[in-house]
Unconditional design. Structure first.
Length: 403
């Protein structure tokens, strides 16, 4: 699509800003503003407003929802709220790392529980957790904890539950970052004890981003939910936990809706669907005689470096408006054709999530002792696809990679 090429040049500073995790939002918006002025004059872009702090009811396209935010929970209030608690964070993968370090920096009494001498044990020591002080084996951490944060892999949550369940005694709180285990209890066998609060806070992103956004002073968007409220305080506790682990804004949901939307989204537009669409477009271009670089640039590079950041910053209509009339005409005409072709696939996917098929597949696969090696083999196959080899060569030409 030639229409966006001039724009692409003008957008490079924006792309660089998006790529840099250290950039503050203010800088991003300013950069986007400069790009906007240079690239297009016709569209008046929405002004990014600084939100006033406090719990607020927001109108999301005609649906009013309460949104909770960390400004209502200054760090002193958080520390006071959790002053009698020990948070036992079990598992130190991506989320354990991000949530654990943020809790520690917030001055909350948090300890880690992982398998001795496993990868996570070593990672935790690297991050400054000290064996016998705030790093323990799983059982010991649970015995010391009042709030048990189950951040094992979803497959491991199911596998270890018969051993862990008896330790979640009355008075403790059980916390998850995914609705997976309790919602699909027929498959996972995670039947929660009936006498404890069961809450969820699910950051909308990788644990690495949970940490980096916290360090930037921003905070990730998260959803929170209550599965079981025996104390009458479970909702408040879930919100406080959400802020303590580093969330900026918290959206209320249910365990069911969280797990359905999450499994659906990652298989769809977030990861699986987008990869399928990239492959289909690339293969047709190659079969019709286009070179790998042309097919890659037209499929992935322009999308990720030029157009998708505009959708993220200002929305789809603004991105369309920033492109030529020729490009816009085609995009508007072809949208319903793609939507009609893909909607049945998305409906199949949602059914497969809701009826537990995706959970079953995930549990079976991820419980195999050699699942890591098997994934690595699949990732190696993806890495070696022509599209991604071409991509590597294209990325190598970026100024930051040619120094
Ligand atoms: N990653 C994300 O982007 C993300 C986002 C939102 C929510 N979540 C949710 O957060 C939770 C944690 O996910 P994650 O990605 O951080 O973790 P993960 O990488 O999937 O899990 C790793 C942890 O599980 C432990 N583990 C695995 N098998 C075990 C076993 N049999 N016994 C004891 N420990 C075992 C590992 O310990 P070893 O090192 O000892 O093997 C490691 O500490 C999940 O419910 C997930 O759905 C994840």
């Amino acid at each position: 699509m030639s229409a966006a090429r001039n724009l692409q040049k003008a957008l490079r500073p924006l792309a660089r800003q998006v790529a840099s995790p250290a950039v503050q939002r203010r800088t991003f918006v300013a950069a986007a503003g400069a790009v906007r002025a240079a690239a297009v004059s016709r569209a008046a872009a929405p002004v990014a407003k600084q939100q006033t702090r406090g719990v607020k009811t927001i109108d999301f396209a005609g649906h009013k929802e309460d949104v909770y935010e960390r400004a209502d929970w200054p760090v002193e209030k958080l520390q006071d709220y959790f002053k009698n608690d020990t948070l036992a964070l079990i598992g130190y993968g991506s989320q354990g790392h991000g949530q654990g370090l943020n809790l520690r920096d917030n001055g909350i009494n948090v300890i880690i529980g992982v398998r001795k001498d496993g990868k996570s044990w070593k990672d935790a020591i690297q991050d400054g957790w000290v064996p016998g002080k705030n790093l323990f084996e799983v059982d010991e951490a649970i015995s010391k904890g009042t709030i048990i944060m189950n951040l094992l892999s979803d497959a491991a949550q199911s596998e270890t539950w018969p051993h862990i369940k008896p330790q979640i005694t009355k008075g403790k709180t059980l916390y998850f970052s995914h609705g997976f285990s309790p919602v699909f209890k027929d498959l996972t066998k995670v039947e929660v004890p009936t006498d404890v609060d069961v809450i969820l806070c699910a950051p909308k992103g990788s644990g690495r981003t949970v940490r980096s956004l916290f360090k930037e002073g921003r905070g990730i968007n998260s959803s929170f939910a209550v599965y079981q409220d025996v104390t009458g305080k479970a909702k408040e506790k879930a919100i406080a936990m959400g802020v303590a682990i580093g969330s900026g804004y918290l959206y209320e949901t249910t365990f069911e809706k969280e797990v359905y939307s999450d499994l659906y989204g990652e298989r769809g537009c977030l990861m699986g669907g987008i990869h399928g669409m990239f492959l289909a477009q690339y293969e047709v271009l190659r079969e019709r005689g286009h070179s790998p670089s042309e097919a890659f640039n037209e499929t992935v590079e322009e999308a990720t470096q030029s157009l998708y950041p505009l959708i993220g910053a200002y929305g789809m209509d603004w991105m369309f408006d920033a492109c030529s009339t020729t490009a816009r005409r085609g995009a508007i005409d072809w949208t319903p054709k793609f939507k009609d072709a893909l909607k049945p696939v998305f409906n199949n996917l949602y059914d497969s999530v809701k009826d537990g098929s995706e959970t079953k597949r995930s549990l079976e696969y991820n419980s195999q002792p050699d699942y890591r090696e098997k994934y690595e083999k699949e990732l190696e196959e993806i890495r070696n696809l022509e599209i991604w080899r071409a991509g590597k060569a294209v990325r190598a030409l970026r100024p930051e990679n040619t120094k």
